[in-house]
Write a protein that binds this ligand. Structure first.
Ligand SMILES: [Zn+2]
Length: 296
């Protein structure tokens, strides 16, 4: 799936009308050399020196902090390990690492509802596929775009492409800033910009990869739903959750991610979602084609 979605990203970049061939070539080179790690690291980290005691939660925490601090200090003067993991395999999450041009997909996210080897591909592409697409796209969000294929801080953009990218990014920020999850409190489109870019682009390329995975065969209808409907439904279902108003308020002010309900609404920017579910002008989630933001 990761390779299929990387291939979809490559195809997507190639087809962008606004981007110059020079910037495209750099973006494709970066995507091609992105290091993908799935499940767990190739080399396990040594925790032998970390003392864990069953009756000392605070002490464990303090010793773990110190252990981590020493691990980071120990890197001074050493070559960069681009295969280093930044999440444990037991973490339900995934991450893109601009300095390593790498991605970690821990084993714990490769489970239901994100991934089920028995599930219909539309559901897997709509859930873990969108996560994979999201992490790939982080390599090209407002931060990732500042790092090159080797993980160095470098500007590989032509100035006209930078300008277009920044304008599209601004429009997407305005779209999210219009959301008002709590009375009087809006999503901060600028604070959540990188995540929102990754959501829109990630869902776009996961959908492309899903369509491609079908080959020439039409998707089966399951439970009365088409393949495209199941893809977008699975995406929405990964965002189910409950949150208290106080926690939501705190996250709106501090989190780099938009709340789950607004992340589920990423679909508003995807043309195929309109075809799948038939959203019409005047409906709450409808955006006119010109207002749908496409960055990558
Ligand atoms: Zn992210």
């Amino acid at each position: 799936m990761v390779n299929n979605i990387l291939a979809a990203f490559d195809e997507r970049v190639d087809s962008l009308a606004w981007m110059t061939p020079q910037t495209k070539a750099k973006a494709r080179e970066k995507a091609k050399s992105m290091r993908v790690s799935v499940g767990y690291p190739e080399r396990w980290r040594d925790y032998a020196k970390l003392e864990v005691r069953a009756d000392d939660a605070l002490g464990n925490r303090l010793r773990a902090e110190l252990h981590e601090y020493r691990h980071q200090l120990g890197k001074l003067g050493q070559p960069v390990d681009s295969g280093e993991w930044w999440m444990t395999p037991q973490t339900v999450n995934a991450v893109q690492l601009p300095l390593q041009n790498a991605m970690n997909f821990p084993a714990a996210i490769l489970d239901k509802p994100f991934f089920d080897p028995e599930a219909d591909p539309a559901a897997n592409y709509g859930s873990i596929g969108a996560v994979i697409g999201h992490e790939i796209s982080h390599g090209f969000d407002d931060t990732g775009a500042e790092f090159d294929a080797q993980g160095r801080l470098a500007n590989w953009w032509t100035s006209s492409d930078t300008q277009h990218f920044q304008e599209a990014t601004k429009k997407l920020a305005a779209q999210y800033s219009a959301y008002e999850p709590l009375p009087g409190l809006h999503v901060n489109g600028k604070q959540t910009s990188g995540e929102n870019i990754a959501d829109v682009s990630g869902l776009t390329i996961a959908y492309m990869a899903y369509r491609k995975s079908l080959g020439d065969k039409p998707a089966p209808v399951i439970d009365g739903l088409s393949g495209d409907q199941r893809f977008f439904l699975a995406y929405a279902q990964t965002w189910r959750g409950k949150i208290r108003d106080a926690a939501l308020r705190q996250r709106l002010l501090t989190d780099g991610h938009a709340p789950a309900a607004q992340r589920a609404q990423t679909v508003r920017n995807i043309d195929a979602w309109y075809d799948a579910w038939g959203a019409k002008p005047g409906e709450q989630l409808y955006l006119a084609p010109a207002e749908r933001i496409k960055i990558w």
